[in-house]
Ligand binder design. Structure first.
Ligand SMILES: Cc1cc2nc3c(=O)[nH]c(=O)nc-3n(C[C@H](O)[C@H](O)[C@H](O)COP(=O)(O)OP(=O)(O)OC[C@H]3O[C@@H](n4cnc5c(N)ncnc54)[C@H](O)[C@@H]3O)c2cc1C
Length: 393
């Protein structure tokens, strides 16, 4: 194919990864975002080995490893009982681990890679629709015509028009200075059944800063959000302390309700990720709760697959079909797994929590189960890199 003119709608993880990869292939790329100066929202995430593989292909792997915190283990206690214990090394002594990162750090390395590659970034454009290779902006203006529009507008994309009902539970998040006695190489969580959950994730540091940070999160239902905001902060802190006293040095850093951001989650998958002149990537195609820690990694894999398909196929229609084929099974598998696992960590069901603690947790220790669970968390079930034609050594 001749070099394509591509509009990327959305300057998030998926959009920036597409921009960096497609510029490497010689496409002309313009990234549009509603924010005047695009920036990340939210706290920390875990980059899984599959996502790190894509960042290596972009040329941003070393930069993000320098900023992030290696994660070797996911560990959760319900009372005294260990109900979550996944070790990445269960896949093999040399198997790669996860990386806890500040969203700002991930955004920065992707933004730097896209800009260094020569992508054009156009901020302050609120996209409302796309027709026939053109984007339509709020106020009625339209973009020039492109060979392809990539919809990377995230969970509320007006281009994918997925129904908008959020999951009943979301979470309060904060990025805090690393403090206290936590495992610096683990995501740690504490639960009361599945109705309460607190978590601490090491997320390394932001570019240009020395201080190491932790993402702290607290599960909260949408319907309880107003009551939480209206109640004194100290009452909530007492509740967290009684579940997990070690969080005290983190709680001290939270001085008002505004220091915590509420994130809502949704679970949806768009049936067809491609249409004429348009491909959907990342959350605009599929979104899930973050319990399996896959969303950003899925977005990176989508970008990698789309770039690979455009590079190897002889025309645009064939490339879009190939892109959907490369990603379909992995996405179906992980959307199903996320659907199954989410209520075990965020729901009012005492039965599901009991099954998690007394059936699933013991089963997860029988031979082969630890390696399988580690592969699930690492994003490797369904061999997504093999489907894209790129295998790890
Ligand atoms: C609290 C929380 C924790 C998470 N933890 C993890 C984790 O541990 N691991 C993991 O892999 N994933 C995690 N995820 C999921 C992950 O963050 C998302 O899957 C990922 O950010 C999706 O990337 P995206 O590029 O598709 O969308 P986004 O990153 O949301 O980017 C969308 C972009 O589009 C822009 N935009 C949106 N609408 C418009 C419009 N109308 N016009 C113009 N611009 C627009 C936005 O400004 C933004 O820049 C978590 C998510 C949440 C909420």
């Amino acid at each position: 194919m001749k070099p394509l003119d591509i509009a990327i709608a959305g300057c998030g993880v998926a959009g920036l990864a597409c921009a960096a990869l497609l510029r490497q292939q010689g496409a002309r790329v313009v990234v549009y975002d509603r924010l005047e100066t695009p920036r990340p929202l939210g706290s920390g995430i875990i980059l899984q080995p599959v996502g790190l593989h894509v960042l290596d292909a972009i040329g941003a792997g070393a930069a993000i490893r320098d900023l992030g915190a290696p994660i070797e283990r996911l560990y959760g206690l319900s009372g005294e009982r260990v109900v979550l214990d996944v070790r990445y090394k269960a896949r093999g002594r040399r198997a790669p681990c996860g990386l806890g990162v500040h969203r700002g750090a991930l955004f920065q390395v992707l933004y730097d890679a896209a800009l260094a590659g020569g992508a054009e970034i156009a901020g302050g454009r609120d996209i409302v629709a796309a027709h026939d290779g053109r984007l339509e902006f709020a106020g009625g203006a339209r973009s020039a015509r492109f060979d392809l529009v990539i919809d990377a507008l995230g969970v509320r994309s007006p281009l994918s028009r997925l129904p908008q009902a959020p999951l009943p539970f979301g979470a309060l998040w904060a990025s805090l200075d690393w403090a206290g006695k936590f495992d610096p190489a683990a995501l740690e969580q504490r639960y009361v059944a599945a109705r309460k959950m607190a978590g601490v994730l090491p997320i390394g540091r932001l570019k240009g800063e020395g201080r190491q940070q932790a993402a702290f999160f607290w599960s909260l239902k949408h319907v309880d959000r107003q009551a939480w905001s209206a109640a004194p902060l100290d009452a909530w802190k007492d509740e967290v302390r009684s579940l997990w006293p070690a969080t005290e040095p983190l709680l001290k850093q939270i001085r008002s309700h505004d220091d915590l951001v509420f994130a809502s989650y949704a679970h949806r998958t768009m049936r067809e990720p491609v249409s004429r002149h348009c491909a959907h990537v990342g959350d605009s195609w599929h979104c899930a709760s973050p319990q399996l820690g896959q969303g950003a990694n899925m977005a990176l894999l989508d970008a990698f697959a789309l770039a690979r398909a455009l590079e190897t196929q002889s025309n645009l229609d064939a490339a879009l079909g190939e892109y959907a084929r490369m990603r379909l099974w992995h996405i179906r598998l992980y959307q199903a797994a996320s659907w199954m696992f989410t209520p075990a960590y965020q729901s009012d069901s005492a039965t599901i929590a009991w099954l998690r603690d007394f059936i699933v947790a013991p089963l997860s220790r029988v031979p082969l189960a630890p390696a399988l669970l580690a592969a699930l968390v690492a994003g490797e079930i369904g061999a997504p890199l093999g489907a894209i034609g790129s295998v790890t050594s």
